[in-house]
Each structure stands twice: as structure tokens, then as C-alpha cells.
Design a protein. Structure first.
Length: 381
């Protein structure tokens, strides 16, 4: 099967580019696929440039469009796979990718890695809506991260052309086998900005730390970025974070930005409890949750955000709290700190869930099924 993947590999380093890199490498190793790739990253390691209308982004997009035409004309891929953006300028590029793929009679499959696309559509101007209607409606399939997100594409595609493909992560080579010490080390791993819930977590830690009598350690790893959904800039977030560091007086440890799977798992091996209280409007299925489960860590995250509730099973692999609720978050953290045996059970259950649902092998099985379904569909031209 000849497949053209159009998407970004790092830098910049964030969930979507890291996923796409692993996805590309995994498919390239499979005998069933002849894989071609069109790069869409401008290789600036600055998350604040993503989706912006500037010369570098425009030139990168034009180059990618030309390369797609070349690959389609020379190699005639049967499937064109496109992870689609959720902002105007980037989607205009992605829509043209769809048009080119259809002109060359390929099956086009789009993959949504977030949950904001319908909100983006509803807020768009009339000409952009018409462009989205035409391009998404022309697709042969759309992939979402969980069942709760299928509705996003129901406006344009029938249910049998909307597919669920959970994320996957590379395995932890040394997953924890259990707990031989109290639950003391809590880890947050992700971009450091307001809607990722970092300051809700810091407010909760202030409460928990008083009860823990200074024995608690909170590790935070990630880069400071402008928040796409609040007015808080990266500089404002960094200043606020430093204020919390002074207040928490040794409890809060900043580990910087971590970009490799090896460094992530090294951090997670030191972790007793993983907490990710995101309320980010574009959250899909955070890779860090899967990495935490692969490492055998119990997880606390938020309800009603992306596909998180389909990932973290309440009371089994972790706990779910209401978003933007530091008080409830503090109670959940303390309840697990007081019960290391429950932490161990949840960590083991999370590891089992990772092995059953979120390995590269499981993802490749699903991808092959999706692409075969699309190729065999009578709706594809």
C-alpha cells in the first residue's frame, strides 16, 4: 500500500510532532506500506510560531504543497494522510493538501489530534466555513482520538467514515513493578501555561504540602509557552511560576523542557503519582497520560476534556476531578498519598491498559484496518 503522510516532525517539540514522528517511523518499518513523507515543519523550535501568518510559515507551506504535487504525480500514493490544523491559516494549507490529493485520485484521510475543530469552524468567517465544508466533505475518512469526539465530523461525513484511533507511545523499557516507599513524588509533564492546569496544580500542592509537612516533592517538566486560550504569555507564566516556587520553598522542582522518550521515562521512574489537570480547549488525548501509564504510574487528570475520560479509567487507573478545581484536586492527591497500596494497584492497572490499548503494535493494527476500509469503500473515487 502506497501512503503519503503529510505532517510535521520535531522541532518544535510538542505532542503532535512527536506523535507524527513515531507514527511515520512505525509505518516505514512495515512491509505492508510504501511510505512517502512531506514535511510541514519550519523547524523553528518555538511553539508560539505555530499557525502564525509569517514569511517562514508561508514559504514552508508552499514548499510542502509543491512537494505533494511531485510525490502524487510520480508515485501515485493510494492514501494521503493529513493531520489537520485547527486555526485559519494552517487549515487553508491543509485544505489545499486535501484538494491536491483528491485531484490525483488518492483516498484522503484526515486525523484530528485535538478537540477544537468544530469550535474553530463555528467561529470562522463564512468563506472559511465554505472551504472547510468542501474539503472535509471530500475526504474519504476522518480519524478522531476517542468515541466522545466522533461528533466533530458528523456534519460532513457518515458514521462509517469516522474512525477511532487512540494515540500510542513508545514503551517504557523499565516500567515500575510496584511501590516500596510512600507516595511522595508527584510529576507534571507538559507545556507550562495556564489552561494546562499547572497553576491549579500548584494551588492544590500548597494545600497538600501543609498536610504532608514538607515531605512532598513536585517535579514540573516542560517549556513556558504563550497560552492559546487565555491572555497569559510565556513571560507571565514564568513569573507566576517563580512566585509559587518561592512560596513552596523547596517542594517545587523545575526540570526544564524534556523532549526525548528516554528522558521522559527516566523522570517517570522517579514518579509516585502523575498529575495532569488540563482544561486546554484543544486537548485531545495527551501523550503524557499514556507515557505515565506505560511507566506504571497512577494518574490524576480532569473530566470533560478531550478524550481523557476514555483514557484514564476513574477508580481503576487513576482519578478524575472537575477542571479548574484546586480543592478537589488537592483531595484527590492527598487520598492517593495516604494510600500507597491503591497507588500500586492503579499503576499496575494503568500499565495493563497501556499494553492492551496504546502500544505501537496495537496502533498499527488499527491503522491498517482503517486504510484498508477506506481503500475498499465505494464512496472513494
Amino acid at each position: 500500500m502506497r501512503i503519503l503522510l503529510i505532517g510535521s516532525t520535531p522541532p518544535p517539540y510538542h505532542g503532535s510532532t512527536l506523535y507524527f514522528k513515531n507514527f511515520l517511523e512505525a509505518l516505514a518499518k512495515q512491509a505492508a506500506f510504501e511510505v512517502f513523507h512531506v514535511e510541514t515543519s519550519d523547524k523553528r523550535n518555538d511553539l508560539n510560531n505555530i499557525g502564525k501568518f509569517d514569511f517562514k510559515n508561508i514559504s514552508t507551506a508552499l514548499s510542502a504543497l509543491v512537494k505533494e504535487i511531485y510525490v502524487c504525480a510520480k508515485y501515485r500514493p493510494e492514501v494521503v494522510y493529513i493531520p489537520i490544523a485547527q486555526n485559519t491559516w494552517a487549515y487553508l494549507r491543509d485544505g489545499l493538501f486535501i484538494v491536491i490529493g483528491k485531484l490525483f485520485k488518492a483516498r484522503v484521510v484526515v486525523h484530528l489530534h485535538g478537540s477544537y475543530f468544530r469550535v474553530f469552524y463555528d467561529k470562522s468567517a463564512w468563506p472559511i466555513k465554505k472551504f472547510i465544508d468542501a474539503t472535509i466533505g471530500a475526504c474519504d475518512g476522518a480519524i478522531v482520538l476517542g468515541n466522545k469526539l466522533r461528533w466533530i465530523f458528523e456534519k460532513w461525513l457518515p458514521s462509517d467514515r469516522i474512525f477511532i484511533l487512540p494515540n500510542f507511545v513508545m514503551d517504557d523499557p523499565n516500567p515500575r513493578k510496584g511501590y516500596d516507599k510512600p507516595c511522595k513524588v508527584i510529576t507534571y509533564l507538559g507545556n507550562v501555561y495556564e489552561s494546562k492546569g499547572i497553576f491549579d496544580l500548584l494551588d492544590a500542592i500548597k494545600v497538600v504540602n501543609e498536610r504532608a509537612k514538607g515531605t512532598l516533592i513536585l517535579q514540573v517538566a516542560g517549556g513556558f509557552v504563550d497560552d492559546p486560550f487565555t491572555p497569559m504569555t510565556s513571560e507571565m507564566a514564568q513569573r507566576k511560576f517563580e512566585e509559587y516556587r518561592k512560596i513552596l520553598n523547596g517542594t517545587l522542582k523545575y526540570r526544564g523542557q524534556i523532549t526525548t522518550a528516554e528522558d521522559k521515562y527516566r523522570l517517570l521512574e522517579e514518579t509516585d503519582l502523575f498529575v495532569f489537570p488540563s482544561w486546554y480547549a484543544n486537548e485531545g488525548q495527551p501523550l503524557v497520560l499514556l507515557e505515565a501509564m506505560a511507566a506504571g504510574c497512577p494518574v490524576i487528570s480532569t473530566k470533560g476534556v478531550g478524550a481523557i475520560e476514555e483514557t484514564v479509567i476513574e477508580g481503576v487507573t487513576g482519578m478524575l476531578v472537575e477542571k479548574q478545581n484546586p480543592e478537589e484536586l488537592a483531595k484527590a492527591i492527598w487520598s492517593l498519598m495516604e494510600n500507597p497500596e491503591l497507588c500500586k494497584q492503579m499503576g499496575r492497572a494503568g500499565r495493563k491498559r497501556y499494553e492492551a490499548c496504546y502500544t505501537p503494535e496495537r496502533a498499527l493494527e488499527r491503522v491498517l484496518t482503517i486504510f484498508k476500509t477506506v481503500l475498499n469503500s465505494s464512496c472513494a473515487l
